[in-house]
Design a protein around this ligand. Structure first.
Ligand code: C5P
Length: 400
């Protein structure tokens, strides 16, 4: 789920529900949309009402629920047109095989199918069906046709199905559909670009149970991965130990130590347009890792530390380096240190923040340092800060 408090403030979403057991997830999605600030109008087909009834959606959306073409609550009796006028998106969740076939052929024999035909906003559908129905050539043709008609098809996922079978056709989870909707609203600044990001801390083992690490939640790096993905990029994330969940569509490689992070970065570097080093890489590692647990004794213990390679500096020094972005987390003299880092590592962009403003929390206050000077971004949640960084980066790339 997005970290922004009300990312759908002032958005009007029409949520169509068709008759599948995954309708219970549509109820959850309604709650997520409303919580994010959206105004949600729910439209049920007759079959949908057999699974989760109108009262549930009315309670969750706080608005009347629409079910019939002949509803006289709309003053001009034109619910089939008026509901999507001014709407930002029409979502069909779940979309059954039957409803998808209707969409492809332009049928308009109930309120929801008529709305889909008369819509004046983007249409997103989340298919849900048995795996054989999904693999049926008729469904394959219909899905291809929907995509070429400009409809966004979300999922489906693979896994356990309500019918007891296992396979593709299971509907995405409510939070995944929610994230996809948010993503659809983002400008595609990085369309066609490949982005490699490091995030989280590294952990340098002293023995099998002990080690040294940096304090880093990974939140900023993961928010950036999400923002780049939403901006249309193809994103690879190399993550040190972090509890953050992988944004949809992002390819993630997990590593532990700085040396592993370096190997993973170089293994994935070919063809990358942008490299963003957000990771809090440990500057030193133990010269030797003990294979057995070091036993406690009353005596002093010294651990010999040797420097780790600077991954960002190595990438930035390549003859054909991607556009490199560094981070500078400082406790004082931010402008001086961040600018020194930008010059030393020859980076087009450094994102600087004071550790007391961002470390571990959900918000951050950053300043962007590039060849033209310092550009502070307003303090905000990390998702919004990441979007601001992506916008600035895209502007620099355009000028290149
Ligand atoms: O020099 P300093 O460690 O403060 O630079 C921070 C920037 O360099 C961050 O972007 C960080 O991800 C990157 N870095 C790296 N490899 C290291 C140390 C830092 O990529 N060993």
């Amino acid at each position: 789920m997005s970290q922004q408090a009300a990312p759908l403030q002032n958005r009007h979403i029409v949520l169509g529900v068709t008759g599948g057991v995954a309708a219970y997830k549509a109820a959850e999605l309604t709650r997520l949309l409303v919580k994010a600030g959206a105004t949600v109008d729910v439209v049920l087909t007759d079959a949908a009402a057999h699974f989760v009834g109108a009262a549930t959606y009315q309670a969750l959306s706080g608005r009347p629920v629409w079910t019939a073409l002949w509803d006289d609550r709309m003053r001009n009796a034109m619910a089939h047109i008026d509901l999507t006028r001014g709407a930002d998106a029409l979502l069909v969740v779940p979309a059954t095989a039957d409803f998808i076939a209707k969409l492809v052929h332009g049928f308009a024999d109930d309120l929801l199918s008529t709305l889909c035909l008369a819509k004046d906003c983007p249409l997103l559908v989340a298919p849900a069906m048995n795996r054989q129905m999904w693999e049926n050539p008729a469904t394959r043709r219909n899905i291809a046709q929907l995509a070429s008609d400009g409809v966004t098809v979300l999922g489906p996922a693979s896994g356990d199905q309500a019918c007891g079978e296992v396979g593709e056709g299971r509907m995405l989870e409510a939070h995944e559909i929610f994230d996809s909707l948010l993503s659809s609203f983002q400008p595609k600044w990085l369309a066609g670009k490949k982005v490699l990001i490091t995030a989280g801390p590294t952990f340098e083992a002293i023995d099998p149970v002990r080690g040294i690490t940096n304090s880093s939640s990974g939140k900023m790096g993961f928010a950036l991965a999400r923002a780049c993905q939403d901006a249309g990029a193809c994103v690879t994330l190399v993550a040190g130990p972090s509890p953050q969940s992988t944004p949809m569509g992002v390819r993630r490689t997990d590593v532990t130590s700085a040396l592993q992070m370096r190997d993973a970065v170089f293994a994935n570097l070919k063809g990358q347009d942008i490299f963003i080093a957000v990771a809090a890489v440990a500057d030193y590692r133990p010269a030797k890792t003990a294979t057995q647990k070091i036993k406690k004794s009353g005596a002093k213990l010294a651990v010999d530390l040797i420097p780790n390679p600077d991954i960002l500096a190595e990438v930035a020094a390549l003859r054909k380096a991607p556009f490199c972005v560094g981070f500078a987390a400082e406790s004082t003299n931010l402008a001086k240190y961040a600018e020194a880092k930008r010059k030393a590592k020859k980076l087009p962009l450094v994102v600087g923040n004071l550790v007391q403003d961002g470390l571990g929390g959900d918000t951050n206050k950053v300043t962007l340092f590039d060849a033209t000077g310092a550009h502070p971004l307003p303090p905000a949640d990390k998702a919004s800060v990441a979007q601001g960084i992506v916008a600035h980066m895209a502007g620099l790339l355009k000028k290149k």
